[in-house]
Design a protein around this ligand. Structure first.
Ligand code: FES
Length: 563
């Protein structure tokens, strides 16, 4: 235990430190002198009735506590902000940084020797990892696990890959409202987070690659008793991590971030990870340029056959050996010497891992696709980058040239997208402006722009869509996201007009608007920034300090280490 950690617990452990009130108030809670001598383990609790994905977290916390007591520690649970993806408006991403601040300051300020982070739904994982990295006390993340796979009409149902598909089916009149309501009753079969390789499953998997979770954490279904037993193991291990001073800054290194990128690509993971990983790295003073992610994308095959890029769900990934098995398959491309919270290296952690279902986890020599799921694009439309989940796109659209159909805001899109007189053809390119980090603000998951009704009616299922927003990790389609810089700060996306020709070339990693530099300069000179959406409070703090997508959308004043 380092001196700096011991300082925050002074007065709790030893009466000679003049900690009368700290000790007295602990005793008022029913703890006695023996408890007060033990390493103090905080459990960052994000249970909330407004966050379904965390609805079983009280039970998880109790299991972690049993483990902490078993190993001679003193567990103390404390609440932080909890971000439920479907209840928070306008977008949970607006509050990821607020949760990271809350988590960092509570870990730093309270008398804790180490912390167990309980997270499940999308933004909670990066928020806790960002906060814990900045506080830099020994930490282990325990995720909530995916929901059990559901079914409807004899077909498996995956949240929320099928939510979008079935909503489009309803809009196009292919299913009735009664059938849609049957889906509503079937979709969420158990506690846990979305059961496809969405953002929650992706981030939970990456935490294993980063070394901040115990092996096997990500894929055990949320209600499975094996998750509770793993929680006990986490409780025991955090006490050991405190003794060995296994702080995030010792574990989350440049090499472990590279391992996480490789895993994300091999899983066909959520494009949101391309925002969260640079934000997390930035907290540790590390840089994770998009160019590196693309370089890795070209040399990391797609191995996991999981929706939305593949066929199966997280339950089958668990049966196939889980993330340790994927990492084992990826071993030749990984830094196996990275330290992890087990006190062992990543290579030692996965030494005995085995792939148990080859239809779910493909061999490195015979992958689902030769390249990773996510590609990074550059060009005059996105000088600082844009991303596309090529594994979930229509192959014939990955090289495409088309006429721009421009929407200047989400409101504009909603007002016109289903109009019968909308001038749109299947080979056009839909452009949505001003929904990036500053523009929306909060870079919501509005990038999987709804298909125009008249094209849906004509049987068109996909077209090229481009925006400065994000998209849910559970979604698919030929959707270019995170265009950087965003329109609201004057990025080239703001300059595109109806009828301009857009050229997308994913194999060559380019995205351009076919306009001369001179024309772009003239349009830039005439461009005016949209008025800010917030004039006070947290929203104002956010728009004044949020970084662009290529830097992870963290606050500029939160990067780097120290206080
Ligand atoms: Fe929480 Fe999908 S709604 S992970």
């Amino acid at each position: 235990m380092s001196d700096s950690f011991a300082r925050s617990t002074r007065g709790v452990r030893d009466a000679r430190d003049w900690g009368l009130t700290r000790r007295a108030w602990s005793k008022a809670s029913g703890f006695d002198d023996i408890d007060l001598t033990k390493p103090i383990v905080g459990i960052a609790q994000t249970w909330s009735e407004l966050n379904h994905c965390h609805i079983h977290f009280r039970q998880l916390a109790e299991a972690v506590k049993r483990g902490v007591w078993q190993a001679g520690g003193w567990p103390l649970e404390f609440p932080t902000i909890s971000l439920g993806e479907f209840h928070i408006s306008p977008t949970t991403m607006l509050y990821r940084n607020l949760m990271a601040l809350d988590t960092e300051e509570m870990i730093r300020a309270q008398p804790l020797d180490g912390v167990v982070l309980l997270a499940g739904c999308d933004k909670n994982l990066p928020a806790q990892l960002m906060g814990a990295s900045s506080a830099d006390k020994p930490a282990i993340m325990m995720t909530g696990g995916p929901m059990l796979t559901s079914s409807w009409n004899g077909q498996p149902l995956g949240a929320c890959t099928d939510c979008r598909r079935l909503t489009e089916d309803l809009r196009a009149g292919r299913i009735s409202l009664e059938q849609y309501q049957e889906v509503e009753n079937a979709l969420g079969r158990s506690a846990g987070h979305c059961m496809v390789m969405g953002t929650a499953s992706t981030m939970a998997s990456l935490v294993e690659a980063l070394g901040l979770a115990l092996p096997g954490t990500a894929a055990i279904p949320g209600p499975d008793s094996r998750r509770l037993r793993l929680c006990e193991a986490v409780g025991r291990q955090i006490v050991e991590a405190i003794k060995q001073d296994l702080r995030p800054s010792r574990i989350m290194t440049e090499k472990s971030f590279e391992n996480a990128i490789r895993l994300m690509l091999a899983l066909g993971g959520s494009t949101n990870a391309v925002v969260h990983l640079p934000a997390m790295a930035g907290r540790l003073g590390l840089s994770l340029p998009l160019a590196k992610i693309d370089e890795f994308s070209r040399t990391t095959p797609l191995l996991a056959n999981i929706r939305p890029s593949g066929k199966f769900h997280m339950e089958e990934l668990f049966e196939a050996g889980g993330i340790p098995a994927v990492l084992k398959e990826l071993s030749p491309l990984l830094h196996l010497d990275c330290l992890t919270v087990t006190g062992k290296t990543l290579g030692e952690n996965i030494e005995h891992a085995k792939v148990l279902r080859r239809d779910v986890i493909r061999p490195l020599a015979d992958p689902l696709a030769p390249e990773g799921g996510t590609a990074v694009l550059f060009g005059n439309l996105c000088p600082r980058g844009a991303v596309i989940k090529q594994s979930a796109a229509t192959p014939s659209l990955l090289k495409h040239r088309g006429r721009a159909v421009v929407f200047t805001s989400q409101e504009d899109l909603e007002a016109r997208i289903d109009q019968p007189d909308l001038d749109v053809r299947p080979d056009d390119v839909l452009i949505l402006q001003n929904i990036g980090p500053v523009g929306a603000p909060g870079m919501p998951e509005w990038g999987s722009i709804a298909m125009p009704r008249k094209l849906l009616d004509a049987g068109v299922r996909d077209m090229v869509r481009i925006s400065d927003a994000r998209m849910s990790g559970t979604a698919g389609g030929t959707v270019v996201l995170h265009v950087c810089p965003e329109a609201a700060v004057g990025g080239p996306l703001a300059l595109v007009r109806d009828g301009d020709i857009i050229e997308l070339d994913v194999p060559n990693r380019t995205l351009n608007v076919l306009l001369s530099d001179e024309e772009l300069s003239q349009r830039r000179a005439a461009w005016q920034a949209p008025p800010p959406k917030y004039r006070r409070g947290y929203g104002r703090l956010y728009v004044e300090h949020v970084l662009q997508a290529d830097e992870g959308c963290d606050f500029d004043f939160c990067r780097g280490q120290g206080t």
